[in-house]
Design a protein around this ligand. Structure first.
Ligand code: AMP
Length: 329
C-alpha cells in the first residue's frame, strides 16, 4: 500500500480573519487615518488652534501624535471659558508638547431638572481664549457624535461618587466618568488637567484612571478665584447682581472652617457648624450641603485625622455653586 503524503500544516492554512493592512487603525477609515496623520504633523503649530468636530479625525490625529512620541496634554471643559480654565490650559502647555482642549456640554451629566439647556455657551469667546492660552487643537463634538444611536454602555463609579454632590445629583458622576473615558479614548492624552474647584470630580477621575489602567497622568490645578474669593465658574455669569454680591460667603465659610481647624478643632460636626453659621450671614444663599470628607476617597469623616476636604454646595436663586478647601494634609 502506498504511503499517504504528509499533510501540510501551518503556513498554507488560510487564516479566518485577514491581517489589517499596515498603518490602518481598526474602527477608523483610511481617509481619517491619513488626514489625522497629516494634521498631527502640523502640531504643535503657531496661530489659531485647529478646531475639529469629527470624533474619528480627532482620534486619528491624537493617535498619530502618540505613535510619534509627541506628548499630549488634555483639558476637558464644557466651554464658557474663564480664567480658571485658562490656568488649566497653561498648565497643560507647560507639561506637554501638544495641548488639546475639548469643549462639550455633556448631556449625560445633567439631571432632568438641571440647567443643561441654560448652561452658558460662547463658541467665539472660547476659541479666542483657547488661542491666547496656547491650545493647539480644540475638539468640539456634537452630542450626536459622542452618543450616536445605539450607544448603551456607561461607567458607574463606586463610593467615591456616592456622597456630597453625588447624593444630590444622582447619575451625575456616572455621566462624568463615561464622558471622560470616551474623551480619553479620542484624545489619547499623556497628561489630563482638571481643576480642584470640582474636587469630587477630580477624585472620581483619579479613581477611574487607576481602576481602568489608563496610561494617563491626572494633574489637579488649584481653584482660580475672584478678588473677593468667589471661585470662578461658568455659572457665575447667571447670578443676579444681588446674588453675585452674596456669593463669596461660600469661600468665606470655608476659610472660617480652615481657621478653626488651624486652632485645633478637628471634630467634623463642629467644623460643619462653623460653615453653616457663616453661610447664614448671607441673604438668599441656601446651603445644600457641607461635608468634611477624606480628600481621596470622599468618605465622610467624624474627625479630621488625615488629609481632608471641606465640600459645600449652595443655591443662589436658580444657580447652584460649589466650592471646597483643604483641611490638613
Ligand atoms: P467645566 O467647564 O466647568 O466642566 O470645567 C472644566 C475644568 O475646569 C474642570 O476640570 C474644572 O474643575 C475646571 N475649573 C472650573 N472652574 C475652575 C476654577 N475656578 N479654577 C480651576 N479650575 C476650574
Amino acid at each position: 500500500m502506498a504511503k499517504k503524503p504528509p499533510q501540510k500544516v501551518g503556513k498554507s492554512a488560510k487564516p479566518q480573519v485577514a491581517r489589517p493592512p499596515k498603518g490602518s487603525v481598526p474602527g477608523l477609515s483610511a481617509v481619517d487615518v491619513r488626514k489625522g496623520e497629516e494634521l498631527s504633523r502640523k502640531l504643535p503649530g503657531s496661530g489659531p488652534p485647529k478646531v475639529l468636530e469629527s470624533v474619528p479625525l480627532t482620534q486619528a490625529a491624537c493617535l498619530a501624535l502618540r505613535q510619534r512620541g509627541v506628548s499630549v496634554g488634555f483639558v476637558p471643559t464644557m466651554g464658557a471659558l474663564h480664567e480658571g480654565h485658562i490656568t488649566l490650559i497653561q498648565q497643560a502647555r507647560r507639561l506637554a508638547d501638544v495641548v488639546v482642549v475639548s469643549i462639550f456640554v455633556n448631556p449625560t451629566q445633567f439631571g432632568p431638572a438641571e440647567d443643561f439647556d441654560n448652561y452658558p455657551r460662547d463658541r467665539d469667546g472660547d476659541l479666542m481664549k483657547c488661542r491666547s492660552a496656547g491650545a493647539d487643537l480644540v475638539f468640539m463634538p456634537t452630542a450626536a457624535a459622542m452618543y450616536p444611536d445605539g450607544f448603551q454602555t456607561s461607567v458607574t463609579p463606586g463610593p467615591v461618587a456616592a456622597g456630597a454632590c453625588g447624593r444630590y445629583r444622582p447619575g451625575h458622576f456616572g455621566g462624568v466618568a463615561t464622558i471622560v473615558l470616551k474623551l480619553f479614548q479620542v484624545c489619547q492624552p499623556h497628561i489630563a488637567v482638571f481643576g480642584e474647584k470640582d474636587w469630587q470630580q477630580l477624585a472620581v477621575v483619579r479613581r477611574l484612571v487607576r481602576d481602568f489602567n489608563f496610561p494617563v497622568e491626572v494633574v489637579g490645578v488649584p481653584t482660580a478665584r475672584e478678588p473677593d474669593g468667589l471661585a470662578l465658574s461658568s455659572r457665575n455669569r447667571r447670578l443676579s447682581p444681588r446674588d453675585r454680591e452674596q456669593a463669596p460667603v461660600l469661600a468665606r465659610a470655608i476659610t472660617r472652617a480652615q481657621q478653626a481647624y488651624a486652632q485645633g478643632v478637628v471634630d467634623a460636626g463642629a467644623l460643619c457648624r462653623t460653615v453653616m453659621d457663616e453661610v447664614k450671614t448671607a441673604r438668599g444663599v441656601k446651603l445644600q450641603y457641607v461635608e468634611i470628607v477624606d480628600a481621596e476617597s470622599i468618605q465622610p469623616l467624624r474627625s479630621v485625622d488625615r488629609p481632608a476636604r471641606v465640600l459645600v454646595a449652595a443655591h443662589l436663586g436658580n444657580v447652584r455653586l460649589i466650592d471646597n478647601g483643604a483641611l490638613g494634609g
